[in-house]
Design a protein around this ligand. Sequence first.
Ligand code: ATP
Ligand code: MG
Length: 390
Amino acid sequence: MKEVILIKIGEVVLKGLNKRSFEHKLINDIKNRIESFGSYDVKLSQSTISIKPLSDASSIDDILPSVKKVLGISSLSRAFLCDKNLDDIKQTIVESLGDILGSLQTFKVEAKRSDKKFYMTSPEISKEIGWFILQKFPNLKVNVHNPDITVTVEIRDLGAYIRYGAEKGIGGLPKASSGNAAILISGGIDSPVAAFMMAKRGIKLTAVHFASPPYTSIRAEKKVIELLEKISEFSGYIKLFIVPFTKIQEKIRKVCPEEFFTLIMRRIMMNISEKIALNEGCSALITGESLGQVASQTLEAIVCTDCAVSMPVFRPLIGMDKEEIITISKRIGTYDISIQPFEDCCTVFVPKHPKTKPKKEQVETAESKENWDILIEDALQNLNIVDIKQ
Ligand code: ATP
Ligand code: MG
């Protein structure tokens, strides 16, 4: 009796002509993720991927947490493989699930017949196996609406699979299958979630972080690295650029009206990020902005920030409430890191009364008091690069 993981591919199946290359990519991603754990056979058949351990030392338990983080998987379940006949199926259920079934009160059987040549229909299989389980385990009753366990019998080309404990995968598209974009990452709650959401749509991420030592500490940079390490568990490798931002922030404080501090700072951040992004082959920027969350994220403020660059800016959180964002950050494991209290450069020189309805022309006039090119060039000459490996 062999235990395997069965994976449903989800959205990748919708991809028409690209379907094959997406499937191929997903299989490669899974293989790369598990190769250090032992020896496994990863195979695609009928839009389902199966992972089978090839040695006693290679276990399902070891690889499951990693497999759950592979982008493009809609659901996965543990399964036992046996021959396609009722006696083997019954014996496999008793041997593999006997302990679990003996300890529960309700169950249901679902049958699926992908191999249409099999001599019984799905309802016939369900009925036969249901009766068998009822006889064998007197503790169990059938409950089709809310059972303690659903035993799924799936008759496929390769054999019969007895599945249980299906879980949702991350979904989305295989990693790095939709092009490159640069995430402006702070140490806050929002931008890591924005990074994850775009990675989930297949974006390969480059990251840009602005640091203003000594106003911001080295711990704040470590925090950003830790956040990106969490994201890279899903997205794969991320190249992080740390931009020295102190001189620019000090200059803004010196020459710009206070009410525009944050907005001008954000526009220069976008400008520098766009230059890095272009150099790294990215076609868009990503931020963690959410409409109306703070003064710099009113519609008017976002319009002023947006027109500082010509690259498209993706804001995947724009329509989300803080609660919804927090729920995702907890699920992907960034929340506990984000709430650590290290100063971000946005909290340096915060205006007392920021303009909430700024006009583009006003901001541009305020900004034009200084030629920023030299300071921007200086920052770009002094970038720190950190490799964030999966
Ligand atoms: P976050 O939780 O991501 O910090 P926020 O709600 O605190 O977002 P702001 O601080 O106004 O919002 O920042 C808005 C966006 O600007 C961030 O989501 C991020 O994309 C970008 N940003 C802010 N600070 C930095 C920084 N130090 N380095 C890089 N990008 C930044
Ligand atoms: Mg912030």
